[in-house]
Structure formats: C-alpha cells, structure tokens
Design a protein around this ligand. Structure first.
Ligand SMILES: [Zn+2]
Length: 142
C-alpha cells in the first residue's frame, strides 16, 4: 500500500477504495486529501473551507462525519489543545505537538533518536502504551 504520510498534494482519486477497513467515499477522499496537503493541523472549520474549494456541495456536518471516520480508523489523528477546537494531523508516527504561543501554529515534535517514553517516565513495569498525546506550548526563543 502507498504510504499516505509521505504523499504531498495527493490526488483524492488515487486513494484506494478502502483504507484501514474504511470505505473511501468521495467526501472522505476530499477530507483526507485536504489534511494531507498542508499538514498545518487544521480545525474542522479549516478543513471544511478548504474542501469546499474542490467540492462546493460538501457540508460542515459531512466534514465532521468524515473526520470522525478517518480518526476512528486511524488514518488521521485528532489533536486537542485545552479548550480550542480539535485539530487534525496526518502524521501517524509517534510525535508530540508544540504550539507556538505567538503564532498559534502547531508543529510536530519527535523524540530524540533512541529515546523512548519509558526512559522519561516512571511507568509501572509491563506498561504498554496504546495512545500517545503530548501537547506543549511555548515559544521558539529569540
Ligand atoms: Zn501532528
């Protein structure tokens, strides 16, 4: 299977008819393509307005439904920052999110090579982590 994470500006028509067990409807293709295209962690509203450029008939409710399906089939990650609207990230490898307080932009941050979560945290022995969500806020310094 093609690696979606590596694709830049994917063509929605190129997606297989099914991904991770999810049937790829026309709307789901558009929504996934929007999220893969810019990787700037858009909100549902951002996705909606971008999807509308290509598919003028798509509704916000449909976009929400598509996002939910893509998230539950692990094709896209949902990212939450406190009380802000959820954002969507196509990067499925283990990473954290860093929000630049000045611009509000969210950046992917990866672990240093070789560093594992178990090296940083006092986890009970045998713990298996099934979901990782680390959100950081700050600035890049001057
Ligand atoms: Zn991300």
């Amino acid at each position: 299977m093609i690696s979606l994470e590596q694709q830049k500006n994917p063509n929605p028509e190129d997606f297989p008819s099914e991904l991770q067990g999810l049937r790829m409807t026309k709307q789901r293709r558009e929504v996934l393509a929007v999220i893969l295209a810019e990787r700037d962690h858009p909100t549902a509203n951002d996705v909606f307005s971008r999807a509308q450029d290509r598919m003028s008939t798509i509704s916000l409710a449909t976009v929400y439904n598509c996002l939910e399906a893509l998230v539950s089939h692990k094709l896209v990650r949902q990212v939450n920052f406190e009380r802000e609207s959820s954002r969507y990230c196509p990067n499925l490898s283990d990473h954290c999110h860093f929000q630049d307080e000045e611009s509000g932009k969210i950046h992917d941050v990866v672990f240093k090579e070789g560093v594992k979560l178990e090296d940083l945290l006092e986890l009970p022995q045998g713990t298996e982590i099934s979901h990782l969500e680390i959100s950081l806020k700050g600035n890049f310094g001057k």
